[in-house]
Design a protein around this ligand. Structure first.
Ligand code: 13P
Length: 247
């Protein structure tokens, strides 16, 4: 089955209003051949409204996290309804920096996914093992358990994206080998609880760079990438786009 490739950039807590011009610079750097992949940028929430006004139609916006509720007394939180209202189509949920830094459990992630679905956003659910879990031989069970526990009942594979981000590879310059990443992605597809696992889009994240993305994308179960550091520089992000288009 052919799945449409997806490249997502996660700016994390980077970017000021002046950096909205990144959109214009990217548009100028885009390849002059058709872009038949999905491209998503997840800037900090503070920039979404301004970016939505300047966003070209080939780029979708996403949030980096959302609340598990549509509205209410949740000081500081941003609801998926608010993200959709700003023009977002996607939202990252369960990033390891949220799981560890904000004590997010699978149950919490699942509630956020449910809320995102209700707001008609596509959740990008992140899963990933720590180095310790990998060394204990638990990597596959950790990520498949995380995925299953983060999914509300009846989730369609068309309505969600799963990102495999090994914790030890995030921001470290270390990347899973393409072969190892393939094993992990294949395990996630096999563990998908529905009948439609072939349609599930699986991204790799963790020190993705223009120099390693092509080999990763050549793996049969890797459908795209979730880039952190490499999404901040237009030059690198444009190079990732080119690699995904040709792979
Ligand atoms: P880096 O690409 O900077 O390693 O970050 C990956 C990530 O966490 C994307 O969500």
């Amino acid at each position: 089955m052919s799945r449409r490739a997806l490249l997502a950039g996660n700016w994390k807590m980077n970017g000021l209003r002046q950096d909205v011009r990144w959109l214009k610079v990217l548009a100028e750097a885009m390849p002059d051949f058709p872009v038949d992949i999905d491209i998503v940028l997840c800037p900090p929430a503070t920039l979404i409204a301004q970016m939505a006004q300047e966003c070209p139609d080939w780029l979708a916006l996403g949030g980096q996290d959302c609340a598990a509720h549509a509205k209410g007394a949740y000081t500081g939180d941003i609801s998926p309804v608010m993200l959709a209202d700003l023009g977002c189509r996607y939202v990252i949920v369960g990033h390891s920096e949220r799981r560890t830094g904000h004590a997010e459990t699978d149950q919490k992630v699942c509630a956020k996914v449910e809320a995102a679905r209700a707001a008609e956003l596509i959740p990008i659910i992140c899963v990933g093992e720590s180095l310790e879990q990998r060394e204990q031989g638990k990597a596959v069970s950790v990520i498949t358990d995380q995925m299953i526990a983060s999914l509300p009942g009846g989730m369609s594979a068309h309505a969600v994206v799963i990102a495999y981000e090994p914790v030890w590879a995030i921001g470290t310059g270390k990347t899973a080998t393409p072969e190892d990443a393939q094993i992990m992605h294949q395990a996630l597809r096999t563990a998908w609880p529905g009948e439609d696992g072939d349609a599930l889009r699986l991204l790799y994240g963790g020190s993705v760079k223009p120099s390693n993305v092509f080999e990763l994308m050549a793996q049969p179960d890797i459908d795209g990438a979730l880039a952190g550091g490499a999404s901040l520089e237009v030059k690198d992000f444009a190079a990732l786009i080119r690699s995904l288009i040709v792979s």
